[in-house]
Ligand binder design. Structure first.
Ligand code: NI
Length: 185
């Protein structure tokens, strides 16, 4: 497994429509593993393929120890409504309140390419909506009102200086530990 760079706001791939996956190949399963590893290293609860520069319709999520990988996700019968703060691994340090359905049914293909259905609520439902949006080029910022969006963008203007190549390179817990050991020497 390996850590992937995360594309940040400004990278065109984040605004691209993804392509449905016809067949889940071994290469795509490796991508799923790498996306899980990357998401965990970044301390996120969801990660969509465009965020690692890919155009496949795929996301991974891990909410309350329930991990899912979904190809070609579709959201069916969303219900309820709640506003809560969201962030995004592609827009570090920027947050905003977004209204989302509280209950939904997710349909898609699992890691083995088998169709499945999952009834999700609350944070998992929110995460599924956020990640599915990524697969259609939509970001949580798009839901903010004019003024909130303007202040979020002002914050991002300061943050984005940290990512001149529009990529976030993560460091694994193991590498971090080794670095600290070297420093200790
Ligand atoms: Ni996101």
């Amino acid at each position: 497994m390996s850590l992937l760079d995360i594309h940040v706001l400004g990278s065109p791939v984040l605004r691209q429509e993804t392509r449905p996956v016809e067949t889940v190949t071994d290469e795509l399963r490796r991508l799923v593993d790498d996306m899980f590893e990357t998401m965990h290293a970044a301390k996120g609860i969801g990660l969509a393929a465009p965020q690692v520069g890919r155009v496949e319709r795929l996301f991974v999520a891990d909410v309350d120890d329930h991990a899912i990988a979904v190809f070609n996700p579709e959201i069916v019968s969303p219900e309820g409504n709640a506003k809560a703060e969201e962030g995004c691994l592609s827009i570090p340090e920027v947050y905003g309140d977004v209204e989302r359905a509280t209950h939904l049914v997710l349909r898609g293909l699992d890691r083995d390419g088998k169709p499945f259905e999952l009834a999700a609520t609350d944070l998992m439902a929110r995460c599924i909506q956020h990640e599915t949006d990524h697969l259609h080029g939509r970001l949580f910022l798009d839901y903010l009102g004019v003024f909130k969006r303007r202040s979020a963008m002002a914050k991002w203007e300061r943050e984005k200086a940290k990512y001149p190549a529009l990529r976030r390179t993560l460091i694994s817990a193991r590498d971090l530990a080794e670095q600290h050991n070297e420093e200790a020497l």
